[in-house]
Design a binder for this molecule. Sequence first.
Ligand SMILES: [Zn+2]
Length: 153
Amino acid sequence: MYPQTHLLSGLAVGAVAQKLGYFSYSDTLILTSLTVLLDIDHYIYFVCKYKTLSFFKAWQAAVLKKEMGERTAIHHALGFLLFTIFFIGIFFIDHKWALILCLAYYIHILFDYLPNDSHRVKFSLLKLSFRLSYYEIILDGIFLSLIIALFFI
Ligand SMILES: [Zn+2]
């Protein structure tokens, strides 16, 4: 999924947790940030492979699907296992941090692995290419609607 979907999913879950009284504004902000930042491995892979810090080139490579190995262990079974063990350890130190970290990681992984192969809408924004599937656009709309609705409730 694209960063805006990770951002909106983290924000929506954080907003729900906030409405239920589990999260503060800063907890929601941290959850949302971490949900997006988990894709840093794509960028680090690109920087290491091509020896350039160009975010634009890394973005274009990821979007145009030229980089097949850019998902590191974070996005695979080994990362899933190690993060789960890490979260269990954090749980014994601080329940809230364990919850925030768990939600950020599992939300991100969930939306990365949901089927996302419907017809795509191609466009550029600020010179960055996007190829959003209808499915992802609808998902973004649902998250955005939920966030707006929770803001007014
Ligand atoms: Zn990802």
